[in-house]
Ligand binder design. Structure first.
Ligand code: NAD
Length: 360
């Protein structure tokens, strides 16, 4: 297990007490033990996968949303269409990790029955790391594709060729099962950087790659602070016109398909909201050859990894591997930057939770 070069700056905690601590914040807000655990596991799973942007560092924002009355435990998702492979669930702005978990389980059950499922969770509170749901699908032997938009707040991401934001970090995810290994998992924001990764960089006092972010006049910068400045800056899409196009596809697939809210429809909901469309495919219903998809995926992954590494690169990785490597490196622990941990503890105190786990 190699040491993370940034870990010297980070606080290290055992996962189990942090799980209890975070779950007790949701409990204190009024969610039951099961739903509190679902939300907590998704957040901590993101930290453990190496995506602190969608980990427990979101707790202060969630607590502010709860305190302002824009996220309530009594709000629940409701299925509004269940028509063979087509399912639409109205999240009704309820706790996103619970709605997205239920939508994903419904997708798996529906694909088991029909061979394919198209499930659209609309107008949910923030669902967190999309790869969490991709992993659920692939671990059951199904292929999952996800398109997600972000609405409920002003757009943050600038379309290709523009200097004003028109949509958000709209993530896309593809998960494919492997044999005896964690799934192939491509899961990314269609922006150069997730907003919450800029938040983590800002909290750590770090710069970002020049041009990832734009100041309020659309000029490229390396300063994550532009996203918290007034007037506010914005984020570039990844991959020039191609990433910009995929960001719009995420909007269309998650919002337009079933009639969920577009980013253009509401920008002052007081909460980060998502629509999430999941396409779940049973590969056994599709295959005409004898080789199971897991074996063929392994072969393709090995083929890609057999390419000679570029100068300065230790090993060619495939999507899903960085997350596996991070989990293995952490063992039973998680790491968090001190500023974010301090904000989480303050947010917990606002909810009357004071039993703060000790750093190792
Ligand atoms: P990222 O830029 O770190 O990219 C992650 C993807 O790239 C993963 O699939 C990973 O396995 C792969 N990857 C990373 N390094 C690799 C390498 N060297 N070789 C091969 N593959 C590699 O991710 P991101 O864009 O910062 O997104 C982070 C998270 O934020 C995602 O989990 C996403 O779902 C989440 N997100 C959620 C929302 C929301 O509103 N719910 C919005 C935006 C992003």
């Amino acid at each position: 297990m190699s040491a993370d070069p940034t870990s010297a700056k980070l606080i290290c905690l055992e996962t189990a007490p942090v799980q209890q601590f975070v779950a007790s914040i949701f409990r204190a807000a009024g969610w039951n033990a099961a739903d509190s655990k679902v939300a907590t596991d998704c957040l901590i799973g993101s930290d453990r996968a190496g995506h602190a942007s969608h980990g427990i560092g979101l707790i202060p924002m969630y607590v502010d949303t709860i305190k302002s009355g824009c996220l309530k435990p009594e709000w629940t998702a409701q299925t509004i269409k269940d028509d063979g492979p087509f399912v639409v669930i109205n999240g009704r702005r309820s706790l996103g990790q619970v709605g997205a978990r239920d939508a994903t389980l419904k997708g798996i059950a529906t694909a088991r029955q029909h061979g394919i499922a198209l499930v659209n969770l609309i107008d949910s509170h923030h669902v967190g790391r999309i790869g969490h749901y991709g992993e659920m699908v692939a671990r059951e032997g199904f292929v999952g594709m996800f398109w997600v938009n972000v609405h409920g707040r002003k757009p943050t991401v600038v379309p290709f060729g523009a200097r004003e934001p028109r949509f958000s970090t709209n993530p896309h995810c593809v998960a494919i099962p492997r044999r005896g290994a964690d799934p192939f998992l491509l899961d990314f924001a269609t922006a150069e950087m997730a907003v919450n990764k800029a938040r983590v960089a800002f909290a750590k006092g770090e710069k970002v790659r020049h041009g990832t972010l734009l100041d309020h006049q659309g000029r490229p910068t390396d300063d994550p602070g532009v996203l918290w400045a007034n007037p506010r800056g914005s984020i570039a899409t990844f991959g020039l016109h191609k990433g910009s196009g995929l960001a719009i596809v995420c909007e269309l697939m998650s919002a337009v398909l079933a009639g969920g809210p577009l980013v253009a429809d509401q920008d002052e909901a007081g909460a980060i909201l998502n629509n999430m469309t999941a396409l779940v495919i049973d590969p056994r219903r599709m295959a005409v050859g004898d080789e199971p998809i897991e074996a063929a995926t392994d072969r393709m992954v090995e083929w890609v990894k057999s390419a000679a590494a570029a100068d300065g690169v230790d090993a060619v990785l495939t999507p899903g591997e960085p997350e596996q490597i991070n989990r293995a490196r952490l063992g039973s622990r998680i790491e968090i930057d001190p500023a974010t941990w301090s904000d989480i503890c303050k947010a917990a105190a606002k909810m009357g939770v004071s039993d703060v786990p000790r750093a190792i």
